[in-house]
Design a protein around this ligand. Sequence first.
Ligand SMILES: [Ca+2]
Ligand SMILES: [Ca+2]
Ligand SMILES: [Ca+2]
Ligand SMILES: [Ca+2]
Ligand SMILES: [Zn+2]
Length: 679
Amino acid sequence: MTTKLLGKIAVLASVSIFAFEANAQDANKNVKQKFTDERGKPSLITFNEKSTYKSTDSQTAFVELLGLKNNSNFSKTKSETDKLGISHEKFQLFHQGVKVEFSTYTLHSKSGKLESMSGEFYQLDNVNTRPSLSKEQAFNRALQQIGASKYLWDSPAEAKLNDYQKPAGELVLLPLTDEDNNGKKTEQLRLAYKFDIYATNPVSRGDIYVDAVTGVTLLYNATIKHLGEFSNGSKPSVDKKTGNKSMATAFVAANADTRYSGTQSIQTSLSGASYILSDATRGSGVMTYNMKKGTSYTAAVNFTDADNNWTAAEYNNVNKDNGALDAHWGAEKTYDYFSLIHGRNSYNNAGAAIKSYVHYSSAYNNAYWNGSVMTYGDGSGTGGFDILTSIDVAGHEIGHAVCTNTANLAYQKESGAMNEALSDIWGACIEYYAAPNKQRWLIGEDIERRAGHLSLRSMSNPKSEGQPDTYGGANWTSQTKCRPTSNNDQCGVHNNSGVLNHWFYILTEGKTGTNDLGSSYSITGIGIDKAAKITYRMESVYMTSSSTYANARTYGIQAATDLYGAGSLEVIATTNAFYAVGVGTAYVSTAKIAVPKSAKTATTTEAFVLYPNPTSEVLNVSVKENKVSSYKIFNSLGFQIQTGKTSGGEINVSNLSKGIYFFELNNGQDTVVKSFIKK
Ligand SMILES: [Ca+2]
Ligand SMILES: [Ca+2]
Ligand SMILES: [Ca+2]
Ligand SMILES: [Ca+2]
Ligand SMILES: [Zn+2]
């Protein structure tokens, strides 16, 4: 069982170990470490101090390190410099002029010198770039697939307000990854038309990819997401009233009796004779509007108050109007959190206004970011949700907008699960930042009204809401042969998010235990601020659209290394928190790997000593106090290939093929992992 589960993980060794393999494998003298993903392509390459690559050598690096050929090219899409003074230039891959979807690579430079590069690369040969279908034919197929009765482009004013246009369609090469029965990742690239389709009845928005040769729908990458798998919103009714929002003239601080978080301070504006929920002090503004149970954004009006004291007596009514105060305050705090903690200016890092639309439709059990604005339903109450404006939900949904503008994780399978988890993580962080006494490890506890649930999800105990806390463990949605659809929650994105959620919880709080794979761990937490900084860097600097859990581990460790240094407590905690949730091996210190051949003492202060290392025939194991222990040997892909007891003191490894292995020893109390090399 363990073998099978672990086999699904392409375990990437921790930073300290792969230093060997990188030197052995890569002839390029500039390379310090090279990590390869499940497809055998480099996901992260770091350069040594003597490296001659400059920040301007991007094209040389692509050719020399990725093997980029003449038929493909990387084109720059974005350039940002972070707080550490490291600049990140992001490139998009094209093949014979056709964009390769989700294939981006980022070069990280400091003081004009290339430090590292990371991303998702595809080597393309003999790939068809000539469509059989016309754009129009593909568009009609897409509409058939969506099957809505109304689209946003049918209402030009609504489309304009939401910054949306009827899609022209784009020809792309779409990578589709799957797993075979042995857990090995497979890939295919298909020529497809991509359309961004916003339907209004019923509501949906996402990128739909139609095979340009067969006309089959290959992928639906949702922009409008559900808060959970649970959803029973009623059909929207059409509201024809037109709104007349007046221009704000002056802004002021106000008291607001929120529905879920007590009395809070918000920013409003004086507009004519009354105050409105319009904050001009943050970025390009934070505005909150009233849809009055309709579905028209242009018909939305302002919430108004005469004396700028927004009291419970006035707004805690049957309409749940006080929920609007939570939405407004939540958006303000979300802006502040990203600005003050991460130096990010709104979700797009360019000060975009955050607009929230409250009272969408009738008894609607969802809240979502639609690509431009926030939309909140009132919820159906008992059996569903209360109005969905709690601060963790606001942070979660606006967190999706941050993801779109950074890692842009595709909303399916593992990348989709991590997209969901990152939103839960930001929801928890923002809630803790704004209201530290709330239950930060529960998501949606304020709005939950379903029987048998305390919240939508629990990050401290994912299993309590039916989620997995271990990769491949109990409750995990299998990714093998899974074809993402809305019926299977895109292969369990709201379910498998439990693993990264729990990783963040463990990294913050620390935990001692044994996971579903039988791995024991004991981790000292580093606190939510450091955990959040590592996570934000993992998401904003390193992850790409098709990142997997194995990639997240590599990138999380690299982010911790950038921030706190190699071998730091933060790097150790990050690595071991991934190990605790079943992703990769435990941290191995480089200092412990080099055991001299002369080390023959049977008693040692270390948990155990392995020698000789490297070895070709036998491995001697000296265990502390000569305690008989059980051991497991894993190969570099995480497959368990040998088990036994240390009683003989000598283990025959002559059958193993050459390479790096992990030796896990359990003395009945602790589990310690070390690596060794088979010559
Ligand atoms: Ca008032
Ligand atoms: Ca919460
Ligand atoms: Ca309940
Ligand atoms: Ca990958
Ligand atoms: Zn979500």
